[in-house]
Design a protein around this ligand. Structure first.
Ligand SMILES: Nc1ncnc2c1ncn2[C@@H]1O[C@H](COP(=O)(O)OP(=O)(O)O)[C@@H](O)[C@H]1O
Ligand SMILES: N[C@@H](CCC(=O)OP(=O)(O)O)C(=O)O
Length: 384
C-alpha cells in the first residue's frame, strides 16, 4: 500500500484545480490559449478516468484585453473590471471549445467568496455544483468580478478555490501558479529552495513570502498560503505547483509543495465566520472581556462591551476589538446594532430584571466566535 501523503491525489475522487492569471497570460498580457488547452488535456484525462474535476480559473482580465481594444493589461480597477466582464465570456468559450474536443461539457459558475459560505446561499451553490458534476460536466468557476472588487485587488481566487473545495467536499485541491511550490525564500532570490512537504502550517510561519505576485497575478504567495490554510482546516489536502506540473501533481509525484489536511475539520459555520469577505461592524471590548474571549471558551456578554460601530443585524459577522485597537476575534452578533447601546456595560442579571427574558443572552455566543489567529486577516490584508 502507498502510504505517502501524496497518494491522496491519485486516490481523490473529486478534485478542485485552481489556475492563476500568471499561468494563463502571455508576456503581452493576453490570454495564453496554448497553456489553457494544455491544462484542459490533463483535466479531461482525469474526467475520462472517472474522476470529478472542478476548475477555478482566473484569466478573465487577460481574455478581455483584446476585445476591449487595449494592447496590454490595465492597472486601474475599473478598467480591470470592465476587461473581466468582457473577457469572462471569451474565457469560458475557450474552455468550452477545448473540453468539447474531449467530449466533455463545461458549466460556468460565477461566485463570490460569500456565496460559498453564507448559510443562506451556500446550499444553492452546493446543490447546483453537485448536479453539474453528476451530469459529467466540469464546473468552471471564477469570481463574479462585476460585483466584487477585492478579488481583483487581493488575488482572492486563491481563497475562493479553497472555499469551493469545502463547498463541494473535495478530496484534494491543486493550486497552479508560475512557481513550483512554496520556497524557503521568494524564488527570485538566489539559493531559494522548494519545500516539498508541509504537515503543519505552523512550520512555515517564518518563511518569507511576498504579497505582490508576478506582474499579472494579484495575491502572490500570501493569498496562496491563506487558501491552503482554509482548505487544510476544511480537511482538504493541497498541492501547490507550477501549471506545467499538473499531470504529475494529480498523479501524486514529488512536484511542488504538498500541504497535509488538518485532522479536525472546521464546520461551514466557522469557516464563514473566519473567512466571510466582509464584517458588518465592530464591538469594542474592555480588557477583561478581551482576555476572556482570547482565553478561548468564553462568550461575549454585554457587560464587557464599551462601544459599538457599524449598522449590523442580528446574525451578521462582526469584529471584536481589544482596548489597544487590535482585532482579537470575529463572531456572529446576536443583536441588531440599534439594540446594543442600551445594554452595554450591564450584567445579564440586571438586563433580565429590567428588560425581561431574552435580553440575558450573550452578544456573541462562544460557538459563534473564531479567534483572529484562525482568520488569516492580517495576511490577506497585506496582499499587494
Ligand atoms: N516563498 C515563496 N515561495 C514561492 N513563491 C513566492 C514566495 N514568495 C513570493 N512568491 C511569489 O508568488 C508568485 C505567485 O503568485 P501570483 O503571481 O499571485 O500567482 P497566480 O497568478 O498564479 O495566482 C510567484 O511568482 C513568486 O514570485
Ligand atoms: N477574476 C480575475 C482574477 C483575479 C485573481 O485572483 O487572479 P490570480 O491571483 O491570478 O488568481 C480574472 O479572472 O482575471
Amino acid at each position: 500500500m502507498n502510504t505517502s501523503p501524496r497518494s491522496a491525489l491519485p486516490a481523490a475522487h473529486r478534485v478542485v484545480v485552481k489556475i492563476g492569471s500568471s499561468s494563463l497570460t502571455r508576456p503581452d498580457g493576453h490570454l495564453d490559449v496554448v497553456a489553457l488547452r494544455a491544462l484542459v488535456d490533463v483535466l479531461a484525462e482525469r474526467r475520462r478516468a472517472g474522476g470529478e474535476v472542478v476548475l477555478v480559473t482566473s484569466g478573465a482580465v487577460a481574455a478581455g484585453i483584446g476585445p476591449a481594444g487595449l494592447v496590454s493589461r490595465p492597472r486601474d480597477l475599473a478598467t480591470m473590471q470592465a476587461c473581466a466582464m468582457l473577457g469572462q465570456g471569451q474565457l469560458v468559450a475557450r474552455y468550452t471549445e477545448a473540453f468539447a474536443e474531449h467530449g466533455i461539457g463545461v458549466g460556468q459558475a460565477l461566485l463570490t467568496a460569500e456565496d460559498t459560505v453564507r448559510r443562506a446561499r451556500y446550499r444553492n451553490a452546493q446543490r447546483s455544483l453537485d448536479k453539474l458534476l453528476a451530469l459529467g460536466v466540469v464546473p468552471v468557476v471564477n469570481e463574479n468580478d462585476a460585483v466584487t472588487v477585492d478579488e481583483l485587488r487581493f488575488g482572492d481566487n486563491d481563497r475562493l478555490a479553497a472555499l469551493v473545495s469545502h463547498l463541494v467536499r473535495a478530496d484534494a485541491m491543486v493550486l497552479l501558479t508560475d512557481v513550483d511550490g512554496l520556497h524557503d525564500a521568494p524564488p527570485s532570490r538566489p539559493g531559494a529552495r522548494r519545500i516539498p512537504l508541509v504537515t503543519d502550517l505552523a512550520d512555515v510561519a517564518g518563511v518569507e513570502v511576498t504579497g505582490r505576485g508576478s506582474s499579472v497575478g494579484t495575491g502572490g504567495m500570501v493569498t496562496k498560503l491563506e487558501s491552503v490554510r482554509i482548505a487544510a482546516s476544511a480537511g482538504v489536502p493541497v498541492v501547490l505547483t507550477a501549471a506545467g506540473n499538473v499531470r504529475a501533481a494529480l498523479a501524486g509525484e514529488d512536484v511542488g509543495t504538498f500541504f497535509a489536511a488538518e485532522a479536525k475539520k472546521e464546520t461551514t459555520r466557522r469557516l464563514w465566520i473566519a473567512h466571510a469577505a466582509r464584517t458588518a461592524g465592530r464591538l469594542h471590548l474592555d480588557a477583561g472581556a478581551a482576555h476572556a474571549v482570547l482565553g478561548g471558551r468564553a462568550s461575549l456578554l454585554p457587560a464587557g462591551i464599551t462601544r459599538v460601530e457599524g449598522a449590523f443585524d442580528a446574525g451578521d459577522p462582526v469584529e471584536l476589538v481589544a482596548p489597544d485597537g487590535g482585532v482579537v476575534a470575529r463572531g456572529l452578533v446576536a443583536y441588531d446594532a440599534a439594540e446594543l447601546p442600551g445594554l452595554l456595560g450591564r450584567s445579564t442579571f440586571e438586563l433580565r430584571d429590567d428588560l425581561g427574558e431574552g435580553y440575558d443572552r450573550e452578544v456573541v455566543h462562544r460557538d459563534d466566535l473564531v479567534l483572529d489567529g484562525r482568520t488569516g486577516l492580517s495576511s490577506s490584508a497585506s496582499a499587494s
